[in-house]
Design a protein around this ligand. Structure first.
Ligand SMILES: [Zn+2]
Length: 240
């Protein structure tokens, strides 16, 4: 992947979430454990002094827990230092964190997000498990994650307005060069595309009758290793 590729997308591609979410859950679990201890325990005493410092304006992990509970409108839990059901609280916090994370994901534009009407798909993608040469799998990822050098990406860095990011490979009526132009239309790659489409149609006869959008989806979310290989090879050979 290029350094400019979104970390969020790269993580999503292998089904991982930011480690900060997992750390937050662990901190909360630890806090629940501490407040359930007897007050004469050394660990509880140490926590108590951290809490006192927090009240005096000193920041520590205790501050983090307090602010998290406040954000979740659970001020009462903090003030009473009592958790009725640890599993309910953890569930609530997990739900909040993951919902926020998904909201962030939805604002990232990729070919996949555009295909699914702005909703980013975040499951572990099947193609990452296919036994195909790494170079082809990487090329497929480059298309999926917009980690490539098509004009849609280049233009972002050279500050070309979106509408003017035209394909310099084919001169097809100033065609906008994004992943769908590359996979479906660009004249420069007609021969390679024809070969790829034939390979896919042999494996999936319905492919020839599909709409352009369905074809894009089949190529970007390949249902089997052979289709992933055909698309990956096309991308490897033709991506600028
Ligand atoms: Zn073109």
């Amino acid at each position: 992947m290029y350094a400019s590729t979104s970390n969020i997308l790269a993580r999503n591609e292998i089904g991982r979430v930011p480690i900060s979410l997992l750390i937050t859950i662990q901190i909360l679990k630890y806090w629940i454990h501490i407040i359930s201890l007897n007050e004469d325990r050394i660990l509880y005493q140490a926590y108590k002094s951290k809490k006192d410092l927090d009240e005096k304006g000193h920041t520590s992990w205790v501050t983090f827990v307090r602010e998290l509970l406040y954000r979740l409108k659970l001020k009462e839990i903090w003030e009473t230092q009592y958790v009725c059901s640890a599993s309910d609280l953890l569930q609530k916090v997990k739900h909040h964190l993951f919902t926020k994370y998904e909201e962030v994901c939805q604002h990232i534009h990729t070919p996949i997000a555009e295909l699914s009407d702005g909703m980013l798909k975040v499951p572990v993608e099947l193609y990452t498990k296919f036994n195909i040469p790494v170079k082809y799998r990487k090329s497929l990822t480059r298309i999926r994650l917009r980690s490539n050098r098509l004009e849609i990406v280049r233009g972002k860095y050279s500050k070309v307005p979106v509408g003017e990011r035209v394909c310099k490979q084919c001169n097809q009526n100033n065609a906008f060069e994004d992943e769908s132009h590359f996979l479906l239309f660009c004249g420069k790659h007609s021969k390679s595309r024809e070969k790829m489409f034939q390979e896919i149609a042999l494996l999936l006869p319905l492919f020839v009758q599909m709409t352009q959008k369905e074809k894009m989806y089949t190529m970007l979310v390949p249902p089997n290793a052979q289709i992933a290989l055909a698309v990956g090879r096309f991308a490897y050979d033709c991506l600028p």
